[in-house]
Ligand binder design. Structure first.
Ligand code: BES
Ligand code: MN
Ligand code: MN
Length: 464
């Protein structure tokens, strides 16, 4: 371990430069115009694997973007860790809100990252994080200090719902056979309060269209009598929540698992300062389901959010028009036992049922995914906790996360193994937003922590 850790210490600059070359390729999975860049990134990830001594490196094509796989299985008596991550990124838009270009990684100091943060799309989500595992592997391998067999599966469609990865897992159970899945694609509470994510929310994502008159109309000549789809859409969306911000879709909460008051008390012990939270976001009040704290509202409760809404004239100046159509994109975050497809159906049925006469409503489902809870009493969790304790000097706090990683539920059902979500980002790192960044120290801390994890996991697993 000594040799591994000093290798890491001596190669920090090299690690950063190598990460930068992957950050420079715009692997936006959602937008077909980046398809060749996504493929190029897959190749670059494969090269990075080969470079550090990973075997059987293969770029598996899918009907969407490729999956990069590689492994290093050297001792069948040792446990096998499957590292999952994603090399695709969210669209960088709106570009004019970036202080430096999204695919030109730049290190800048911030208040929270006094030693600098890497500003680039994907720096934290998830290129910077999966790359830590490759560099930790490099350090362990170079110094003959590998404690576990390792398999890597880095995909290119996480940000679009991992549509083809589920099938790949089902068809390659033997290839992916492992004792656990390790993912660094989440965060910690703060740089001096480590935490491990023990749950993710599920997702149901829909797009709605409201159509009124057969063409855009003069808002003076026709306004007042003809149904305005923008207005109708707003009314319909507004009615989806009551005055307590409770979602009004019948049956929406039926399968929600309610936590015991002990569990709720425990989760509310996690450090959280509401004033700082609001200050950091530039808001003077929070707004959420009554009866729940912010921690609960963003982790154990389901939500419905409008992600985008448009229709009519949105150009410069004023145009007096009564639009023919209006649209919205809506995401619902789900919690354990809610089923994504069932919730999508409930939404569809209800939303079409509340459409007033005079308009046509269409609901189109997009991707979804199930929630997941990862246990904290397993050797894999304990090993991660010990590793973080070693590198941070503090025991990490288990926390439920608000985001989604749809494939985690499938790892459990298809590969029949548990996942550990040991991420190193911060909520304030602006993933999916302009100026996404990842602390240079967080990147190094991750690389240092991972070898400890391998060591402790190997020990705990063999004694269990
Ligand atoms: N890494 C995130 C998920 C995440 C972030 C979980 C922070 C917990 C804390 C992941 O890349 C992501 O953004 N997932 C999407 C889901 C997907 C289906 C588009 C999400 O949560 O919106
Ligand atoms: Mn991610
Ligand atoms: Mn993401």
């Amino acid at each position: 371990m000594q040799a591994t850790q000093s290798y890491i210490e001596q190669n920090k600059e090299k690690f950063l430069e190598e990460l930068f070359s992957i950050l420079r390729i715009p692997s936006v999975s959602a937008d077909p115009k980046y398809k060749t860049d996504v493929a190029k990134t897959a190749d670059a990830v494969a090269e990075a694997m080969k470079l550090v001594g990973v075997n059987n490196v293969t770029v598996y094509p899918t009907k969407g973007h490729p999956i990069v796989y590689g492994d290093y299985v050297f001792d069948s008596s040792l446990p096998t860790v499957l590292v999952y991550g994603h090399y695709d990124v969210q669209p960088p838009d709106p570009l004019d809100l970036w202080d430096t270009p999204p695919f030109e990684p730049t290190i800048k100091k911030t208040e929270i990252h006094p030693n600098g943060a890497i500003f680039a799309r994907g720096s934290c989500d998830d290129k910077g994080q999966f790359f830590m595992h490759l560099k930790a592997f490099e350090a362990m391998h170079k110094n003959n200090e590998l404690y576990c067999n390792v398999k890597f599966m880095i995909e290119g469609e996480e940000e679009v719902g991992s549509v083809h990865l589920g099938q790949f897992c089902k068809e390659n159970k033997e290839l992916l056979k492992c004792d656990m899945v390790m993912i660094s694609d989440t965060g910690i509470i703060s740089n001096d309060t480590p935490s491990i994510t023990v749950g993710l929310r599920g997702l149901s994502y829909v797009e709605v269209e409201v159509v009124g008159p057969n063409r855009d109309l003069h808002s003076g000549v026709y306004g007042g009598a003809v149904p305005n789809p923008a207005q109708v859409l707003c009314d319909m969306l507004a009615s989806l929540k009551d005055e307590n911000k409770h979602i009004t879709i019948p049956g929406f909460y039926d399968d929600v698992v309610n936590l015991s008051s002990e569990d709720r008390d425990a989760m509310n012990q996690a450090p959280f300062n509401k004033d700082e939270y609001m200050k950091g976001l530039g808001i003077d009040a929070t707004m959420g389901e009554s009866g729940y704290t912010v921690i609960e509202q963003t982790s154990i409760r389901p939500t419905l959010e409008i992600n985008g809404i448009w229709g009519g004239y949105i150009g410069e100046g004023a145009k007096t028009v009564l639009p023919s159509k209006a649209y919205a994109k809506i995401s619902m975050r789900l919690v354990p036992n809610q089923k994504s497809d069932a919730i999508t159906q409930l939404f569809k049925d209800y939303f079409t049922s509340i459409a007033p006469k005079g308009v046509q409503v269409k609901v189109t489902p997009h991707h979804g995914g199930e929630a997941a809870v990862t246990p904290s009493n397993t050797p894999e969790y304990k090993a991660a906790a010990l590793a973080m304790e070693k590198s941070y000097g503090k025991t990490p706090i288990p926390v439920r996360g608000g985001g989604s990683i749809p494939i985690v539920a499938l790892f459990e059902s298809v590969l029949e193994v548990k996942t550990v979500l040991m991420g190193f980002g911060l909520d304030s790192d602006d993933i999916h937003s302009p100026n996404e960044h990842y602390g240079v120290e967080n990147f190094f801390k991750g690389i240092q922590t991972i070898p400890y994890f391998h060591k402790y996991y190997s020990q705990l697993k063999q004694n269990s």
